[in-house]
Write a protein that binds this ligand. Structure first.
Ligand SMILES: Nc1ncnc2c1ncn2[C@@H]1O[C@H](COP(=O)(O)OP(=O)(O)OP(=O)(O)O)[C@@H](O)[C@H]1O
Ligand SMILES: [Mg+2]
Length: 306
């Protein structure tokens, strides 16, 4: 049986500026249907890699294929993108900006108005479409950028830090929009971001880049699990002295120290949480809290990029 369809394949992508390599031998595979997070500290090479993928700048080395198409001009038809902060003709209306983009993208004037109405509605800008783009808030500009990227129904959307500089509401709107584009419009999403909680919430797979090199790649839950050599729980009991005595007597765990809210932080070496609970009960200690410590994508990111 054929494997899942590959939306974006990057092989050995390298881009140097003078003597400095901004992207080094980067390999990425994004499958159709993925919401793929592209992470890395400032200057890691994310925007440079994205520009190379889109054919906006020359690659020093390497191959990029979008839905199997290698020719950059043909491949671009399947992709919509915003790279860094989208620029507009600020003195023109949002709608006129999209008209220009349609002309540029070769969308016939017969089809353009319907397509513009569709993308404006999709990003929630219909009401403000007649206003000058220059009068838009940052959040509205990002949404106009996404609207422009959606013209012509791309199957892959590449978004370079789409929530950069947005307020919490603006971030939520963009996040919900991205989710909905993936879910309802079946668009594969490739999104670079610094907001790790957000990436963890919306992405199924991620790549972490540092100094142009791929440091980690895979499913979010696998990355978290594979970097969790020991599991920890926090245990609380009304009888603190009894708890401390019991914990020091139970084997297969290690008491690490105080945790949150008066609880005790314990490493599960050979016991799991349920077994620890039973062992405490056997010793007459009534456990009122047993909280597993879950690690976040942020923990993985900070480890991988030190
Ligand atoms: N046109 C250019 N000329 C020279 N160096 C460049 C150019 N564009 C990028 N670089 C360098 O390439 C490296 C990667 O930059 P890039 O903008 O791709 O990083 P980034 O991961 O997008 O960072 P950020 O999170 O800040 O957006 C940096 O060292 C940067 O200075
Ligand atoms: Mg960047």
């Amino acid at each position: 049986m054929a494997g899942p369809e590959v939306a974006l394949e990057v092989r050995n992508l390298t881009r140097t500026f003078g003597t400095r390599a901004a992207v080094r031998a980067l390999d990425l595979t994004v499958y159709a249907g993925d919401v793929y997070g592209f992470l890395g500290p400032n200057g890691a090479g994310k925007t440079t890699a994205i520009r190379c993928m889109l054919g906006l700048i020359r690659r020093t080395e390497g191959d990029v294929a979008i839905f199997g198409v290698r020719d950059p001009v043909a491949a671009r038809r399947a992709v919509g993108a915003i790279v860094e902060t989208p620029a507009f003709h600020d003195w023109m209306s949002g709608r006129d900006n999209l008209r220009i983009a349609c002309a540029y993208a070769g969308i016939s004037s017969a089809g353009a108005e319907t397509e513009i109405a569709r993308v404006l509605d999709r990003v929630g800008l219909t009401e403000r479409a007649r206003d000058r783009a220059g009068a838009y808030s940052l959040g509205m500009r990002q949404r106009l950028g996404i609207a422009r990227a959606l013209l012509g129904r791309p199957r892959l959307l590449i978004l370079d830090e789409p929530t950069n500089g947005l307020d919490p509401r603006g971030m939520r709107e963009v996040r919900d929009l991205v989710r909905s584009l993936a879910l309802h419009d079946q668009i594969t999403i490739f999104i670079s971001s610094h907001l790790l909680a957000e990436v963890q919430a919306i992405c199924n797979r991620v790549a972490i880049l540092q100094e142009g090199r791929l440091k980690a790649e895979g499913k979010v839950e696998d990355l978290i699990a594979s970097r969790q050599p020991r599991r920890f729980v926090e245990v609380g009991a009304a009888d603190a002295a009894g708890l401390a005595a019991a914990l020091s007597a139970i084997s297969g765990i290690e008491v690490i120290g105080p945790g949150e809210n008066g609880r005790t932080r314990v490493a599960l070496v050979e016991l799991d949480g349920a077994a620890l609970n039973r062992a405490l009960l056997d010793r007459g200690v009534g456990v009122d809290a047993l909280v597993p410590e879950t690690r976040s994508l942020e923990d993985v990111f900070l480890e991988v990029t030190t």
